[in-house]
Design a protein around this ligand. Structure first.
Ligand SMILES: [Zn+2]
Length: 183
């Protein structure tokens, strides 16, 4: 049920406008649109909020009255880790360990019992992986870019040159955490 009220204060933005009543709340057209988006696409809204946070923080830092600093969580001495056994394209067995904090992946390692000569493609993709991820970290450290699991996976995916090379394997393992991180 929607009924229209003229020139009253919007419950959302506080502006005086033509309002539409919806479940006891009165919104202007702009706020109604926002409310609909939040209701219909909560995951998208959350992700967008996370992504634009870097802009907001940078704006806040330029404000000398703002003394807020981002909160960092110290990693505990002991972390639970989940070890995944996986295979690369040469059928070498690899062990990918993901350290978890409250179910979130905070570290990832890969090791193998085999020590074969790497093909050139593999070396290139590994080097690309390192440089892409270090670049992501540097942008976080020096530019305040917000790091997300999605961005990490994107860099890994772009580093891959062949199916089941190292970055592709890590991408597949970390993807299992992507929906949890976004919820
Ligand atoms: Zn409004």
């Amino acid at each position: 049920m929607t009924d229209i009220k003229n020139n009253e204060q919007c419950d959302g933005c506080g502006n005086t406008a033509k309002l539409k009543k919806n479940n006891g709340t009165e919104f202007c057209d702009d706020c109604l649109e926002l409310a609909d988006a939040i209701k219909k696409r909560p995951e998208t809204i959350k992700r967008i909020c996370k992504l634009i946070k870097s802009d907001i923080q940078q704006t806040d830092h330029s404000d000398p009255e703002n003394t807020q600093t981002p909160k960092f969580i110290d990693l505990p001495e002991v972390l639970n880790a989940v070890r995944y056994r996986t295979r690369d394209r040469e059928l070498n067995t690899w062990y990918v360990s993901v350290s978890e904090l409250d179910g979130d992946p905070v570290e990832i390692f890969a090791s193998t019992a085999f020590d074969r000569d790497d093909q050139l493609q593999s070396r290139i993709s590994n080097l690309t992986t390192i440089t892409r991820l270090v670049s992501l970290i540097l942008r976080n450290v020096f530019l305040g870019e917000v790091l997300t699991l999605g961005k990490t996976i994107k860099q890994l995916k772009r580093s891959s040159r062949q199916k089941n090379d190292l970055p592709d394997m890590l991408t597949n393992v970390l993807r299992g955490y992507e929906n949890e991180a976004n919820s």
